[in-house]
Design a protein around this ligand. Sequence first.
Ligand SMILES: NC(=O)c1ccc[n+]([C@@H]2O[C@H](COP(=O)([O-])OP(=O)(O)OC[C@H]3O[C@@H](n4cnc5c(N)ncnc54)[C@H](OP(=O)(O)O)[C@@H]3O)[C@@H](O)[C@H]2O)c1
Length: 313
Amino acid sequence: MTSPIALTGASGFIGRSLVQRLTEGGHSVRVLLRRPDAELEALGVDSLQGSLDDAASLRRLVEGARAVVHCAGAIRARRRSDFTAVNVAGTARLVSVAAESQARPRVLLMSSLAAREPAVSPYAASKRGGEEALFREARGLEHLCLRLPAVYGPGDRATLALFRQLNRGLAVLPAPLDNRFSLLYIQDLVGLVERLLQKKAWPGTTVEVDDGRSGGYAWRQLPEIAAQQLDRRVRAVSVPPALLWGTATASEAVSALLGLAPIWTRGKLREFLHADWVSRRDGAVDLEGWRPETQLQQGLAPTIAWYRRAGWL
Ligand SMILES: NC(=O)c1ccc[n+]([C@@H]2O[C@H](COP(=O)([O-])OP(=O)(O)OC[C@H]3O[C@@H](n4cnc5c(N)ncnc54)[C@H](OP(=O)(O)O)[C@@H]3O)[C@@H](O)[C@H]2O)c1
């Protein structure tokens, strides 16, 4: 039996897809879960109960592992300190435990293009902090940090609202239509991770990835792409920022009253108002010949079809 690949965040969008790919590929996978998950168990993983807050569970996770893929993260939180606790302190704890372990597994961090602009939002700052924690705590461990653009595809709840709108034929966008961003289809991402796990050495650096579309997408291009794929008319309107600030402030206030972690916040709005979330690929970093295969023209229809089958649309 080969030593396992240890995974955090297996119950999330990216982690779950990755577990599926790795188990299908015959890899032995160990996951850290905060709650039991029958779907993951059915894939034959070795599951451990624990969390990023609990160093003892992290020690069990990395024991004898050959690699750690750190997919856990907070993408919404009630306050800045909650983002920091998971994305910075949790990453630091995991990497430190891995560095102190006998196995000394290599560590792959799922970071975000948001880390490029830490002043934009508490989330962005926490993703940068997580990267810094990786580099600080690795102490000779092989490591790599992937800065992801928006990842989409079957199983994603974060982009569901956008796909729902495109499917209805009217997208009401919280961003200026010329703002640009990169995308990555989930199956291409998990294919990349699988390749990286076979790579001899990781370069201990940060690499930005995307679906290969040079210059990314402008929001105004989305309706045209959706219209071609869905064979219907699709329009997009951009909501004026003044109105958006009001809705974000209201969403934060209502969530605070209900004790919930809001997804729509002033920080999230500042992320949408930022003009450039296009990946800058550093050709010098060898990704084992990885070539993404799916741009939005190919990824949109299967994503919508999956949402329909799952009853999410
Ligand atoms: N999806 C994207 O478009 C995208 C883009 C850029 C970067 N990323 C990064 O990629 C990572 C995964 O994103 P995702 O979309 O898969 O997010 P997700 O669906 O929200 O999943 C987050 C995962 O993290 C786990 N988690 C959160 N706090 C934890 C803690 N304290 N201890 C242990 N596990 C914890 C969650 O477990 P529970 O199920 O127990 O809550 C869940 O498995 C995140 O770090 C995110 O910042 C994602």
